[in-house]
Design a protein around this ligand. Structure first.
Ligand code: SF4
Length: 275
């Protein structure tokens, strides 16, 4: 039924990835919406017989402030200034079960104001109550992204999320499950949205992502001058009448080759609009 192939021919060099490291300070989560159905945390934990619904603090909790204890760099941070920490990718930073640990996490982010912290949440309604007392207009080194996998979640989460005092906020449609219209939000808040990003679902039971949905999101962003990226194709991408089954290792590369990424300023070449 699926065509095992690549949509776009191979390029000689892959896109450069920014230097970053994961910071999974707690692990485990509770499923809260359709985007969670095939959560990779649950999938991976199942392989080891672990219960993903139990949220536990990890040994990596203080990773950004770890220092060398011996040697020529003794006393220096192990992660240099400019490091980007992909925060809480095996949980949700704003999950209730982590309320008692979060103040210490904010302290670490404050101490490492020379580094950036990037986190994704499906719980924007819990952000305001979870911010530290000295948040003010926000820590400039923290970017918070809200995931909206379908129209219902976009209309539920974005009105809350986009009103929050967050200096760096982005929207993610991943796994993208249908065409999503966020024009009203882009019109009202576009100048304060860092980017919109789309991506398909991964894993053996991945639901189909339609290239037309991604293209439509791209067009919305171009209309309102908001940066856009097609992050990854997911395992099953439909384009026209064909469904492409794309191996994990090619999903980012294949999305990149669609040339849908948009910086919010330069109008893209429109040649991708022709099938
Ligand atoms: S919020 Fe994210 S980490 Fe938590 S269950 Fe859903 S997909 Fe998994």
């Amino acid at each position: 039924m699926y065509e095992q192939t690549e949509l776009f021919p191979k390029e000689k060099s892959a896109a450069l990835m920014p230097s970053s490291t994961s910071w999974n300070l707690w692990h485990g989560c509770k499923k809260c919406s359709p985007g969670c159905w095939h959560c990779y945390v649950y999938r991976r934990d199942a392989e080891f017989g672990r219960d993903s619904s139990i949220v536990r603090r990890t040994k990596a909790f203080r990773k950004p402030v770890q220092k060398y204890r011996t040697g020529p760099h003794k006393g220096e941070y192990k992660y240099p200034a400019g490091s980007v920490f992909l925060t809480c990718f095996t949980s949700d930073f704003f999950i209730e079960e982590a309320d008692e640990w979060r103040p210490e996490a904010w302290e670490i982010m404050r101490e490492r104001s020379d580094c950036s912290f990037y986190m994704i949440t499906k719980r924007p309604e819990r952000i305001l109550q979870s911010l530290p007392a000295d948040w003010g207009a926000g820590y400039p080194n923290v970017e918070i992204c809200c995931t909206c996998e379908n129209q219902r979640m976009a209309d539920k989460r974005l009105p809350v999320f986009l009103e929050l005092p967050l200096p760096n906020k982005s929207i993610i449609h991943e796994p993208m499950l249908e065409k999503i219209n966020i024009r009203p939000y882009l019109e009202k808040y576009g100048a304060h949205i860092n980017s919109v990003s789309c991506g398909g679902e991964s894993g053996p039971d991945a639901r189909i992502c339609d290239y037309g949905w991604v293209l439509d999101s791209h067009m919305q962003c171009v209309e309102y001058g908001v940066p856009f990226s097609f992050h990854q194709t997911g395992a099953r991408l439909r384009r026209g009448t064909k469904i492409y089954e794309i191996p994990r290792e090619h999903q980012h590369e294949q999305a990149h080759k669609t040339h849908l990424d948009y910086n919010g300023v330069t109008l893209p070449a429109w040649d991708y609009l022709t099938e």
